[in-house]
Write a protein that binds this ligand. Structure first.
Ligand code: BTN
Length: 261
């Protein structure tokens, strides 16, 4: 399908959601960086899709690489319609939306706190990563970008450690169909986190699909390292870890699953 027709087809399917302002570019530096540059001009839900990033960025200053046209790469710009303490929920909301799509394809998927999408395969392998960036301006915005490994890496490829793709899991699915399904779910989850009741439902769903809860974990965060049992996720999205020092609420960091308890 030609690019214009393809974008029209995506638009048709997303027209009832906030993600109905769509731009597709064949190549760019980073879709998150592009939206940051235009943050004051773009309306809520603006969606930027690319086939290839030359300077894809991951969490904590890491890079995010994928060969041209193999994976799903996109960012959206959001005008938060929820209290600021819930901004942190946007990444698990997108992760959960993706998990649900992957489960419908027969894969055993989960959210690794805070926002990695994992597949239960040879232990756990990462299939998608999410980067959310908050822009403080007159009307603050959140930019949320995701890379979902659709066709790369395969087992033989020298991909990022501990990562997998849909194709490597034996699933063939058009990446734009995946995008539509993920964003339809994301729309519902964003509505959920905007209300008090919905937020409680979201927290429950997040806990159910979390592969972190119930594990002995090591969390590397700005204040150092915490080892303990991951026991809960708070309504603002923080991870609760229990150890001999007591109960700690952690709102950022990298998690290593040490063992299931
Ligand atoms: C991570 O797991 O470290 C997060 C990876 C986020 C990658 C996506 S790809 C689309 C968007 N643009 C970027 O530069 N990064 C995010």
């Amino acid at each position: 399908m030609r690019q214009n027709n393809l974008m029209e087809a995506i638009y048709e399917q997303l027209s009832e959601t906030r993600f109905n302002k769509i731009k597709h570019v064949l190549e760019t530096g980073s879709t998150n960086s592009d939206l940051i540059l235009k943050a004051s001009e773009l309306s809520d839900g603006f969606l930027l899709i690319t086939d290839y990033q030359l300077d894809g960025r991951g969490r904590k200053g890491r890079t995010w690489d994928a060969p041209p046209a193999r994976n799903l790469i996109f960012s959206v710009l959001l005008h938060p319609r929820w209290p600021p303490e819930r901004n942190q929920l946007v990444t698990p909301a997108l992760a959960l939306s993706t998990v649900e799509v992957l489960e419908n394809l027969g894969l055993s998927a989960s959210v690794k706190w805070p926002n990695d999408v994992m597949i239960a395969l040879d232990d756990n392998k990462k299939i998608a990563g999410i980067l959310a960036e908050y822009i403080q301006q007159e009307n603050p915005v959140l930019i949320v970008g995701m890379g979902l490994n659709v066709g790369w890496p395969m087992q033989k490829d020298p991909g990022p450690p501990n990562s997998t793709s849909l194709r490597a899991c034996g699933v063939e699915k058009n990446k734009f169909d995946l995008l539509v399904e993920i964003l339809k779910n994301f729309e519902k989850r964003l509505i959920e986190i905007s209300s008090e009741n919905g937020n409680a439902t979201f927290r429950q769903a997040h806990i159910e699909k979390s592969s972190t809860i119930g594990n002995q974990v090591k969390v590397e965060h700005v204040k150092g390292e915490t080892i303990g049992k991951a026991v809960d996720i708070e309504k603002g999205g923080s991870l609760i870890v229990e150890n001999e020092d007591g109960i700690l609420s952690i709102n950022e960091g990298d998690v290593i699953h040490l063992r299931k308890l």
